[in-house]
Design a protein around this ligand. Structure first.
Ligand code: HEC
Ligand code: HEC
Length: 255
């Protein structure tokens, strides 16, 4: 069983070690939904993203909101929901906002399988402990974000993968979804998603982007490019009326 060492990131179990039994079958289904939501979670998804486009390395990577950092700390109080939410309810929020879709019920096969996958990845994680690497990373900007600088960073460090137009690149073999996911536009997360908050996006970008070069941007640079993303168009906040969405784009929330 993996051990939690202070000062080190938790190491989740290896895929080869998924048990060959009914539980293991559910874990494998959950993993498929997580890495290829476009196919296995299709009926609840409204955009072009997979869970693993934001929760990197199949939900295993520290500082990319790993599933093992989340599973053991739910149920917890969330300001966004103004109530205590369970792990299953937290997943529903990412379907509604990050995937711009609809929430599967908490007892749906999809949520059950995703929960089993998170449970298995968290083998050996103590309950109720916030582990290092949970969520993203801290960002402390020292000035107002600059759109001009954000655009320069985008064009020089992001556009080669996410496209000059930010709309990403689909799989070349025609399979559903994106090889390089869109950062804005109709196939991206909606205005109510956590990633639509400049602060949250900056924290994600700082730790994880450019892909493979996490922690190379400064805090101000991460905030600048996050702000540049925020001013682009994307699906509206489904919790609000269309009129309010047109005139007052809300700042986002945490799903
Ligand atoms: C567009 C990016 C994006 C996508 C796609 C996405 N999420 Fe998330 N998810 C986030 C963000 C942002 C957070 C908030 C992390 C934070 O506040 O530190 C989050 C948080 C979570 C959490 C809670 C993490 C914690 O530490 O409390 C879970 C569980 C989760 N997502 C599951 C999923 C699942 C399952 C899917 C696919 C059905 C999914 N997410 C798709 C961006 C995304
Ligand atoms: C080398 C290619 C590459 C570069 C360069 C890159 N990204 Fe990404 N990015 C990806 C891939 C691929 C993913 C999906 C994660 C995965 O599949 O591992 C991703 C995911 C994301 C996501 C979350 C998913 C989404 O579509 O919203 C954001 C936000 C993001 N990148 C922002 C940026 C920003 C900002 C930069 C520039 C500072 C950048 N990326 C540079 C390849 C890249």
């Amino acid at each position: 069983m993996p051990v939690v060492n202070p000062g080190e990131y938790f190491v989740p179990p290896y895929i080869e070690d998924i048990p060959e039994n009914k539980y293991g079958e559910l874990v494998k289904i959950g993993r498929n939904i997580f890495v290829n939501t476009q196919v296995y979670g299709k009926r609840y998804v409204g955009n072009g993203l997979n869970c693993s486009h934001c929760h990197l390395s199949e939900g295993r990577k520290a500082n990319a909101a790993p599933l093992w950092g989340a599973y053991g700390i739910y149920p917890m109080y969330r300001i966004k929901n103004r109530e205590v939410v369970t792990f299953q309810e937290r997943i529903q929020d990412c379907f509604k906002y990050s995937l711009d879709g609809i929430a599967p019920t908490v007892d749906s096969p999809e949520v059950e399988a995703l929960t089993a996958y998170a449970h298995w990845l968290s083998t050996g994680v103590p309950v109720g402990i916030v582990l290092p690497g949970r969520g993203f990373t801290a960002v402390n900007r020292s000035r107002t974000p600059s759109t001009e600088n954000g655009e320069i960073i985008y064009k020089t460090q992001c556009a080669m993968c996410h496209g000059e137009d930010g709309l990403g690149y689909k799989h070349e073999d025609g399979s559903p979804g994106y090889m390089f996911p869109p950062l804005w536009g109709p196939d991206s997360f909606n205005r109510a998603a956590g990633m639509n908050k400049v602060k949250t996006a900056a924290q994600f970008i700082k730790a994880n982007m450019p892909l493979g070069k996490g922690f190379t941007l400064t805090d101000n640079e991460a905030a600048d490019v996050a702000f540049y993303m925020w001013i682009q168009s994307r699906p509206y906040d489904p919790r609000r009326s269309l009129i309010i969405n047109i005139f007052m784009p809300p700042p986002g929330g945490g799903g």
